[in-house]
Design a protein around this ligand. Sequence first.
Ligand code: MEV
Length: 306
Amino acid sequence: MGQGSGFGKVILFNEHFVVYGIPAIVSAISMRTTATAFRAPGGFELRDSRPATPGYKADKMQHQKDSLDYIFNAMGLKKEGIRIELGGDLYAASGVGASAASCAAIARALSEEFDLGYSDEEINRVAYQGERGYHGTPSGIDNTAATYGGLIWFKRGKTNIMERMHLSEAVNIVMGNTGKVANTKAAVAGVRERKEANLEKYEKIFKAAEDLALKGREAIEAFDLETLGELMNENHGLLQEIEVSNADLDHLVEIARKEGALGAKMTGGGLGGYMVALTPADEVQERVASAIEKEGFQVLRTKIGI
Ligand code: MEV
């Protein structure tokens, strides 16, 4: 029996822009997906007992199958005589890195079961391949966060740049789940289409996104949470401009700001999935979380910079 886990994540700056080489900031959260690999006579079986947004698992079934094929291929293993069980406390939902966390967890469990001794770098490479099953040409940010954890500056390139960042202490956040399963592949393709049709407009937005990431990094390094929150608000504005937010996400963002969050934005692929609110004080975290729950949405109370 081999075991492994992968972190859930929250993108603080520049989902979507990151696909085009604009720097982004991502943090792992405390929730994880776990995987256990067992040798079992016969074919291949997956038992998935992760908590999930209703409809998520059915919707992602084919993606998950493709992803498993990519993972086994990348590891040079045959997809037979094996059972994988998925669990953990990370919600299988859009926007929280659920697919990447499962890929990293599975790669680790298989590496242990087959005595492959993979390094984090190799796990990350396999998890990236697995992510391809879910969204075609991922930037690599989600699998990097799922594999390494922590707070990361990420820039996609011929060789991706990954730099560890530090908050002087972990900071409370609330993640609000719209309950809508989103298709990241379609969201990414939509941005590409609109960008090609409005090059000048999009270039300006992309430049603003790059500036925000740099300022966000400074705010994190200076532990200036008020500025960090304002910059997250601005980032949400840019994501609205490229049309990856939607009415549910905007609604939850508004609730969070009204209840005292220092900043709030959609996170991940958008068009559903999660938003994130920066809520350092315990009572503000609780107020924002309860207000979102009162409207019937599921929330995560967690931290960045752990
Ligand atoms: C999804 O969590 C983040 C996106 O930027 C896609 C990617 O980076 O691969 C939307």
